[in-house]
Design a protein around this ligand. Structure first.
Ligand SMILES: [Zn+2]
Length: 300
């Protein structure tokens, strides 16, 4: 990191009907019958990333990997980091530890079969590792995961958040060993904490998201940004009967998102989660070296 941090760009690869806000309208047993858009919208995302020369971390749903293995291969071949978003997109706090272990294993098997890479980074559907489901970290480590990005350091959200948890990349202890946690970023507008990415990115004017990321830069930390392929697909079929809040969250700003994303990636620097962490580590080391040089010259 010379002056400005390399922020983490992450994509949760799932279809428009697999989001948690549609769970009560779309049964998992119907997924195979619905018009799938994930391949074309992810390809669009890949071509955008190629244009702006950004590599990202792609959290792929096992269900998608099993049905579209060539898509997974294209993501890997383009140099992006391959990670797991589970298999069935089930909220971690709504399943048992055994079900969770099977879900992550099935997802890794599908991704490995598709591209020959076994993911070691995980993001829970809707960031559903909360205080009550922290046990999931033990199971992740037990199954060979080294990195997680599922803990939102925010209070007052209906579906996710561990209030008061750390906002920087940090290591957490589990009974099976350590795991690195990459929390999604939060910006403050006045007193209100606002997540950086997803629906909030679509809702807010671009300059506010850029300002939010710049405020994180000022703390010499990289930001963690997240987006989904369906968010750049305004033509996706509309799911009927959604609750008003779920429909608002899902459909707001779809027409503008691809353009906004392109402009944001041209203004700020992004990379994979691993690239972003290594860049931050280099910066920290450089700052520490400078400080010790200064101390040495003062004591001379
Ligand atoms: Zn998801």
């Amino acid at each position: 990191m010379t002056g400005r941090p390399l922020h983490a760009m992450t994509v949760d690869v799932e279809d428009y009907y697999q989001v948690s806000g549609m769970e009560d309208r779309v049964c998992r047993s119907d997924w195979d019958q619905l018009e799938s858009r994930v391949e074309r919208s992810t390809d669009r995302m890949l071509s955008l990333f190629d244009d702006v020369e950004v590599r990202g971390t792609f959290y792929i749903l096992g269900w998608v990997a099993e049905r579209f293995p060539r898509l997974v291969k294209r993501i890997a071949d383009a140099g992006h980091e391959i990670a797991s978003h589970g298999y069935w997109h089930r909220l971690v706090y709504e399943i048992t530890p055994d079900e969770f272990a099977k879900d992550i294993t099935d997802s890794c098997d599908a991704i490995y079969t598709a591209c020959g890479i076994r993911p070691t980074a995980y993001r829970a559907p809707s960031f559903s590792i909360i205080q009550e489901s922290l046990w999931a970290l033990d199971i992740l480590v037990e199954n060979g995961f080294t990195d997680d990005s599922s803990i939102f350091p925010i209070a007052g959200h209906d579906r996710y958040g561990v209030p008061g948890s750390r906002k920087d990349i940090h290591t957490r202890k589990t009974t099976h060993g350590p795991i690195r946690e990459y929390p999604p970023s939060i910006a403050r507008f006045g007193k209100a904490p606002v997540p950086v990415g997803g629906g909030y990115f679509r809702l807010l004017p671009l300059h506010l998201t850029v300002r939010a990321i710049q405020s994180i830069e000022k703390k010499h930390r990289p930001a963690m940004f997240y987006i989904h392929p369906w968010e750049i697909d305004p033509q996706q079929p509309r799911v009927k009967g959604l609750r008003r809040s779920a429909a608002f969250r899902h459909y707001i700003g779809l027409e503008r998102t691809e353009r906004k994303l392109r402009r944001m990636m041209n203004r700020l620097s992004f990379g994979t989660m691993t690239e972003s962490r290594k860049d931050a580590d280099r910066h920290q080391k450089k700052t520490a070296d400078k400080r010790s040089d200064l101390n040495a010259s003062i004591s001379r």
